[in-house]
Design a protein around this ligand. Sequence first.
Ligand code: ADP
Ligand code: MG
Length: 689
Amino acid sequence: MFDLTIPIEQLYLVGPARAKLLKNLGIKTLEDLLFYFPRAHNDLSKFTLIADLKLGDNANVKAKILEVKSFRTKIRRFTLTQALIEDDTASILCVWFNQPFLTRVLKKNEYFIFSGKVTISKNRLQLQNPVYEQERDEQIHTSRLVPLYSLTANLTQKQLRYIIKTYLDKVTIPEYLPKDILQKEKLLNENYAVKTFHFPKDYSALNQAQNRLAFDEIFQTQVRVLQYKKTREQKNSFKINVDVDLADKIKSLSFELTAGQKQALAEIINDFKKPFPANRLLEGDVGSGKTIIAALAAYLMAQNGLQTAILSPTEVLANQHYFNFLKLFARDNFDIALLTSSQAHFNGNPATRATVISQITSGKAKIILGTHALLEKEIKFAQLGLVIIDEQHRFGVQQRSILKQISNAHLLTMSATPIPRTLALTLYGDLDLSQLKELPAGRQKILTKIVAEENRTKAYEFIAKQIESGRQIFVICPLIDDSDKLGVKSATAEFKKLANEIFPQFEVGLLHGKLKTAEKEKTMQQFSAKGGSASGGKDSYIDILVSTSVIEVGVDVPNASVMMIEGAQRFGLAQLHQFRGRVGRSDHKSYCFLFSDDPNSINNPRLQALVESNNGFDLAEKDLQIRGAGDLYGTKQSGYDFKIASLNNLDLVERSRNYAEKLLDQDINLNNYPLLKQKMDSQPLVHLE
Ligand code: ADP
Ligand code: MG
């Protein structure tokens, strides 16, 4: 009996040189080898009689070898091997180049199967470079559905096929699925399914094998995420008193919460009543009002004497949250800090990094805003009750995994990327989900237009009118500085042009990633100041902000009404939707103008999609069609790798989840299912916590 975990270099057919090649394909163990499934099958199941062969056919014939010879050609000096073969109907010549050893392999008077292309030479049909295989009980390279694998240099289909087949014949894969599931789902056993996937007897067998293995992928993912979830539910977290008066705080806001916001808040409060750490994803389109929910959750924590850390993907956003929270909690007596890699603030005043860190470690700072700089080891929170991650998709898997260290805090992640239900149950299957499905009342549809270059002046005139009526404008450029790329707009050049030539009468500001933090901060404050009550003299505010993608996520200046994007075809759909979400954040009618340095952009499917829809969910579906799930949701990088299953089968996902749920309820550590446990341990999940 073979141990499936045995390293491939120890297999006698493999050895060190081949092991290297196989490792290029991700095959490290015997198990990997057996589970290295074909990317397709070549249907060579039907034989053709030699008399029926036609030029261009990909044919499969069974024939006796009449004669074999090799010789060097006079002109181009390569070795040509020829075999004359014959079946009951006719004979034909097979030719191979530079394979002189064939004279030893192909034996006169023996039966072989040849698969290859029918070509013509000197007016006679021939088989060129056919795959050959001696006739035996079970063919593996010819005369069947022949597996085709993804290869690497110096490894041939025939070699890999032979290695896989040899070990498939030697090994019996033990069944890990409980009998009742096998029966209810009418599944093949795994051993048979794996073997059949490689070497099926027909398409229907192949199909059944794939079904079984697709079930495995989905079921195992469910066991993994649910085990994760249930383990979390056995941990202890902070006890939160949720009876503190939130109602007054909510009443003091300048708006009423939407129904969705109220429900999300209720769900979060409900989490806090439970003894274990929450892990909730708050998902809502750009502008749906996630920040206030985060703020109210942090407020609850502070009232309980506990700390909240709020992580943002950019300094600009961390900053904005900080000043928002200062305003929101101006009359509450708890301390608020800001810490990024280049900024440290405490209760509205600049402070040293050391001071802020000591306020965090002593537990005095109750709400701490920042970037991933908050995850550094030296920062030890005294009593961290809640971690909030804004725009969670912008954080790398590694950054998120650092959060393991604080595993007993409640976790709230926020995202504007809509997630189809099957993905919610798999990728995010261990999280609880709250969704904000509507935007706050009074929001008008943002009018989106692709603007042709000849209408640029008109657009500028329109912008001038908007500014005169009190509004503000964003201008986004693909680059920071001018580069060699002809015609691509840079923020720096565009800023100069707008400030000096086009709009000398208005205040224009510049924002990009290379500016010093203090400059960025000042510019953002001046841009936010205009709409607010704090506007002082003319110099203290900005009408037009020229920026790179640094303002992509989260920035909230409700007075802005025009988002103008240069070189729009250079950005991705999700990104464009995020940019556009910077306007339309109040009851002012808002506009998004798409400019492009490519004259064909009117036909660009992404720009078209953006013009047609304001809805993040629709756009995500479009994006899914254009780019595929791996890119869009980072499935691969999270350790989920669906080779066979498609994530469209909601019914299968739900059924698998039920089985996994039942199984884990009886046996969370899988002690009675050692084979399943082994599978879980060999592929750990990289996840949020
Ligand atoms: P996002 O979900 O994109 O993070 P924000 O939380 O930044 O959205 O909210 C967008 C804007 O809407 C902010 O100016 C915020 O103050 C405002 N807002 C949030 N909730 C409401 C509401 N219920 N009614 C009106 N305005 C709201
Ligand atoms: Mg936000």
